[in-house]
Write a protein that binds this ligand. Structure first.
Ligand code: ATP
Ligand code: MG
Length: 394
């Protein structure tokens, strides 16, 4: 039996952060280093083009991702580390997939909806009633999202909840589609962003990946990949793609940023893995908290400092930290200083290795090129089959 295939990518959109580490990199490194998988880990530079239009930034970020994986202990004899753009077959497969997915299906993706919302917010930013308008829009959108989640993605009992309307699934989907179309108000979101889940499906399926460890924010995209595998198989009446499983470890669902929202490269709310000591310190000391006094008892689970710090600790460590928050007498300044100390300890050795690699990028480029060749050979096998099945070959 051949080994199971593991695949994971990170967008080259900026500085890596602890959300990326605990949400994806750590599992990938552990799983890859176990030697149980044929592992493909890539820098998603094609994906990054949807937002990054600065060639130096894209290049720098790509190198940093590779350097970070190596510095954090990825065993290169057990994993293929490469740039997505070294394997143009990803985009070829995405193009084929584009012909079996519909526009409304893509417009339901969370990431796309978030971007629409952000654009709307920017457009209305000068409006005197900006805040109230956006609050209403967001609340309304969330209600629509909830219904869509229940019906299309079969969350929380799915269709049964709505059987009082006596509609079929198809009819309900039609109603949802109408709501979405009314809601379709954005003008400048690029096609790449809309198509993001299709390219991600191609990333996964081109290697016939079995496991794709991702953070909760990417779960929907893995579901899309499963769907798209099915759409392809049905359209050409073949058994080409097996359906990938996602792997989200319960405890690392979503790491909050310093402002409490999901830590995200593009949101500027990160604690970076390998920024300077000053940058890390500034981010940690700037974590948003409520106005509780040091002596107050605090709800650990609602606290950003706790919710970040806990990921660095084992079970016992988490319990001890929780007690400090809940017993009172643990002020935010002290809590932040302890988190900072934990982070600095985590960085020991890794930061030096990262800096050393970044000061000699040719070494990273070589590793990525080597990885690209290996990945490409694998991807070409799949593309060969796809070309034949679709008639792209005589
Ligand atoms: P962007 O803002 O450009 O989308 P990002 O910070 O969300 O960047 P991605 O490249 O989209 O990072 O994601 C890389 C991996 O890190 C994915 O597997 C994603 O699930 C995971 N990830 C990103 N942010 C978090 C987070 N805050 N908590 C847990 N996992 C995360
Ligand atoms: Mg993201």
């Amino acid at each position: 039996m051949s080994q199971k295939v593991l695949l994971s990518g990170i967008q080259a959109t900026g500085k890596l952060h602890f959300g990326n580490y605990f949400g994806a990199m750590k599992q990938n490194i552990d799983l890859a280093n176990s030697g149980e998988y044929e592992s493909y880990i890539f820098v998603a530079d094609y994906h990054a083009l949807t937002t990054v239009k600065d060639k130096n930034a894209l290049r720098e970020s790509s190198l940093e991702i590779a350097a970070a994986y190596i510095a954090c202990g990825l065993d290169l004899s057990k994993a293929t580390l490469f740039r997505q753009s070294s394997v143009p077959e990803h985009t070829e497969l995405a193009w084929v997939f584009n012909n079996v997915v519909t526009m409304p299906y893509l417009m339901r993706a969370h990431a796309f909806k978030d971007r629409q919302f952000k654009e709307l917010s920017e457009r209305l930013s000068a409006h005197p009633r900006h805040e109230a308008l956006m609050k209403f829009t967001l609340d309304f959108r969330n209600k629509v999202e909830e219904v869509i989640g229940e019906l299309i993605f079969k969350d929380k009992g799915g269709l049964e909840k709505y059987n009082e309307y006596g509609l079929t699934e198809e009819e309900i989907n039609m109603c949802i589609s109408n709501i979405i179309n009314i809601n379709n108000i954005t003008e400048t979101v690029n096609v790449g962003l809309l198509d993001y889940p299709v390219l991600m499906a191609a990333d996964i399926l081109i290697y016939q990946a079995d496991v794709v460890p991702v953070g909760a924010d990417q779960k929907q995209h893995v579901e899309y990949a499963r769907d798209i595998a099915g759409f392809y198989n049905r359209a050409w009446n073949v058994e080409q793609f097996k359906l990938p499983k996602d792997m989200i470890l319960e405890s690392v669902a979503t790491i909050p940023g310093v402002d409490g929202a999901k830590m995200s490269k593009s949101k500027g709310n990160v604690i970076s893995l390998f920024g300077t000591d000053e940058e890390v310190k500034k981010a940690v000391m700037g974590i948003v908290t409520d106005s509780a006094r040091p002596e107050d008892k605090k709800n650990a689970d609602e606290n950003n400092i706790f919710n970040i710090h806990k990921h660095f600790l084992d079970e016992e460590g988490v319990a001890t930290l929780r007690a400090k928050f809940e017993n009172g007498g643990y002020g935010y300044k002290e809590a932040k200083e302890e988190l900072l100390a934990t982070i600095m300890k985590w960085r020991e050795g890794k930061k030096e290795k990262f800096d050393e690699l970044m000061s000699n990028p040719s070494q990273i480029v070589e590793i990525l090129e080597e990885g690209g060749k290996k990945a490409r050979a694998r991807a070409q096998e799949t593309i060969g089959q796809v070309r034949e099945q679709t008639g792209l070959i005589a």
